[in-house]
Design a protein around this ligand. Sequence first.
Ligand code: FAD
Ligand code: UDP
Length: 382
Amino acid sequence: MKCDVLVVGAGLAGLTVAERIANDMKLKVIVVDKRDHIGGNVYDFYNNDGILIHKYGPHIFHTNDSEVYEYLSRFTEWRQFEHFVLSSVDGKLVPMPVTLDTVNAIYGTDMNEEEMKAFLEKEAVSFDEIKTSEQVALSKVGPLLYEKLFKNYTKKQWGIDASELDTSVISRIPVRFNHDTRYFADTYQGMPLYGYTKMCEKMVESKNIKLLLKTDYKEIASEIQHRALVYTGRTDEFFHNFYGKLPYRSLDFIFETHDMEKFQEAPCVNYPNDNEYTRITEFKWMTGQTCYKTATCKLIPGDDGQALYPFPTAEYQAQFANYRKLMAKEKNTYFVGRLAEYKYYNMDKVVKRGLEVFEDMKKDYEELSTYERVHSLSEEEL
Ligand code: FAD
Ligand code: UDP
């Protein structure tokens, strides 16, 4: 088989690059994925009870990047949805992230914005330099809220202490001195109106794209002739673990259907201190589906299983830096996405990286001589 560009991985990273190459440059693309579906971790489907669920855990789209939002809007309409989360603490459900309502609920107070600011200033621990996620939380909310809301959740989620995680992890969660209890404050937020899988199907509609599912790159690498490779799988696997296996955190997904219209008081309830799971998400809140039954998903973190979260620790980022040197030496190969770049990216960032990589590829292609360009086009129809 022959193509101009071989894309490994049909997640949002791979599909973004494939779509652009096929539709903008009109080159022939083959996308391979070892799974039996497209979409990577955003794949959703209707379960046996007809409820739309997310196979790899709940995904909510949010971004401040208008380019990414407009790009994805070519493939989907959106359902307006602003996510909110409650955290189960001391037998109460309190809003997460930390807001005025959270502080008042936990301390049994009736503070206003100014009083909350003054209160947290007194609670907060000061550091010369903030280097860890633990320090991020302590410097913003102080020890008590850290213990109740962050410490054990983080330990459960990552299997290591927040003091070992870099600042990026807990920095994802804001502290607000007002009543804005939304989980995200981004300009654009919502859910693809007909689901992520439908959106992804639209991205690969071009006749220039051929999809090969249930196909592992390792097994077909030598069988597909290509001029350029876009790789979105694990980088350690690509280099046969030359610098050792990179660790990932995984999750078990426990899906349950309940004979009731509504299961819980919010789309997501976090359990920082109890249970082996970190959160329960109820899909109907997000999708707006109306039906009698409802479906939920519990997330149970662990080390075994599929690679879902790259580790934001200094040690593993240093290990990955070695791989970066190898990546830079690979000719005509572009590494992109959460696995390949070993980065805790959200969906919007992955799409952004896909668009950036496409621009790099286009530039590289335009720099080829006319002869090389003509001969880089595939001769066969896919
Ligand atoms: P992936 O989606 O992992 O796709 C990579 C693909 O490559 C996979 O399909 C894999 O099968 C394939 N592949 C790997 N190796 C090979 C090989 N050798 N041969 C063939 N195929 C291969 N982001 C948000 O913005 N909002 C959220 O609410 C959100 N929630 C999340 C919840 C969970 C539980 C998780 C784990 C992530 C969440 N994310 C969320 C992040 C989001 O899932 C990722 O940013 C995005 O899906 C990553 O896309 P990707 O293409 O880089 O990787
Ligand atoms: N976090 C926490 N308590 C919570 C929610 C989040 O301690 O109730 C911390 C935890 O370390 C988590 C990080 O904040 O890994 C980022 O949370 P986010 O909701 O962004 O995690 P994701 O959805 O990516 O799993």
